[in-house]
Design a protein around this ligand. Structure first.
Ligand SMILES: Cc1cc2nc3c(=O)[nH]c(=O)nc-3n(C[C@H](O)[C@H](O)[C@H](O)COP(=O)(O)O)c2cc1C
Length: 411
């Protein structure tokens, strides 16, 4: 019988140990209160996820300021006064002896119009998505310095609140990913141009965060394999950035890919054949091999993993160290303990279809957002939801949250 590799421990370079190889990857919760703080609902949600037995839970986007939000329901780690509330959340999330890490982020030009009409970004390159995103303003040197301070402060709060690690979000088209990509970074100063310059913000943040949290606190980076956009961040550039991350001695590299303009990190099962990973269920597994050839960083890949046999195979072959899953932690939550024990073969999640291609992403996103909110409220998931209602849900929810927080409205 093949050893149950998923259920083996894993030690990170900083010394921290994970109970097994399964990671709940970041999923935005969208349920903070009007002061951008977590509530009892976050505690319920993460307690439930802790009970799955996964070795590591990564929180959804937590932002460094109250303007550059990924969602109007984000939590913002900008104020030490909220540490007592954060402590209860961290406690609930590590109840089962697992790790819980905070994903720290700044949305840059992907901050929607509910939070700001003129988000700060590397350059004035606007995101085109049904008019929901304003034209960005190019950051001044002092704005960039504020971002480094913001990430460092969020890291300090993360550690003081009792979370067991952190992840710097440099993927999916958010600010750090915008700096890395030549499509969105047109700067001619030391923060733009060469890849070394485009990576400078990410590397400076890692260095300052490491100084803040010390050598034994896990630091992870989520990086795109590529933007999947013409002229954008390429696989070769990504490999060069991985070499830089290795020099900085981060503890875990998570690979994903895409941006709001190319949502490849969020593919529906039936669309997998669009990527080269056609015959292998995970989206970015081929890229993992290229990373292994140049780097010894602990490697987490997320996107598409569903079957026990495949997860075991890639772990056994040493193609990666940790398996990241997101949607199965919503629709298949109760099956995960059995999956870890090798008793359940597959965690296939539901794929919601509207039948109208322009609405499919929004329907899928809205469906999962609604389920997360249900779980957080202590309700059971509901599989038979209207795809059309789901496809409008995110806009409706963002408006409600923006009104509650007295954010500006785009009309
Ligand atoms: C509802 C939802 C919210 C997500 N929010 C985030 C997020 O906050 N940060 C992030 O890096 N990725 C986020 N993702 C992407 C997931 O981490 C993951 O990369 C993607 O869902 C593919 O993995 P899967 O096939 O196992 O679902 C989100 C995905 C879903 C479904």
């Amino acid at each position: 019988m093949v050893e149950n590799y998923i259920n083996t421990t894993f030690q990170l370079p900083c010394g921290a140990k994970l109970n097994n190889r399964l990671v709940k990857s970041a999923m935005t919760e969208r349920i903070s209160n009007q002061n951008f703080e977590p509530t009892i609902e976050h505690e319920k949600l993460y307690e439930k996820w802790s009970e799955t037995g996964a070795g590591l839970l990564i929180t959804g986007n937590v932002t460094i300021d109250r303007i550059h939000l990924e969602s109007a329901g984000n939590i913002c780690f900008d104020d030490e006064n909220m540490i007592p509330k954060l402590k209860s959340w961290a406690e609930a999330g590590k109840k089962n002896g697992n790790h819980i890490w905070v994903q720290i982020s700044h949305a840059g030009r992907q901050s929607n119009r509910f939070s700001t009409l003129r988000p700060l970004a590397p350059s004035e390159v606007q995101l085109k998505k049904i008019g929901l995103f304003g034209k960005p303003k190019a950051m001044k040197e002092s704005d960039i310095e504020q971002v480094i301070l913001g990430f460092t402060k969020a890291a300090k709060i993360t550690k003081e609140a009792g979370f067991t690690g952190l992840q710097i979000h440099a993927a999916h088209g958010y600010l750090l990913s915008q700096f890395l990509s030549s499509v969105t970074n047109k700067r001619t100063d030391k923060w733009g141009g060469s890849l070394e310059n485009r990576s400078r913000l990410l590397i400076s943040i890692i260095q300052e965060v490491r100084k803040e949290v010390g050598p034994s606190f896990p630091i992870s980076v989520k990086l795109n394999s590529s933007d999947f956009q013409k002229g954008g961040f390429t696989e070769n550039e990504s490999l060069e950035v991985v070499k830089m991350l290795e020099k900085e001695k981060i503890d875990l590299l998570e690979i994903s890919g895409g941006t709001y303009e190319k949502l490849v990190f969020f593919l529906m099962n039936a669309d997998k054949q669009k990527l080269s990973t056609k015959n292998r269920e995970a989206y970015f597994i081929d890229f993992a091999r290229k990373i292994r050839a140049i780097s010894e960083l602990p490697l987490l890949i997320t996107g598409g993993f569903r079957s026990n046999t495949f997860c075991k195979e890639v772990l056994k072959n040493g193609e990666l160290d940790l398996i990241g899953m997101a949607r199965p932690f919503i629709t298949n939550c109760d099956e995960i303990p059995g999956f870890l024990k090798n008793e359940i073969e597959s965690l296939d999640n539901l794929v919601l279809r509207t039948g109208i291609s322009q609405f499919e992403d929004a329907a899928e996103g809205g469906f999962y957002a609604r389920q997360i909110i249900r779980i957080a409220k202590g309700k059971k998931i509901k599989l038979n939801m209207s795809p059309l209602i789901c496809s409008n849900f995110l806009i409706y929810h963002e408006i409600r949250k923006a009104i509650a927080k007295k954010l500006r409205l785009p009309f």
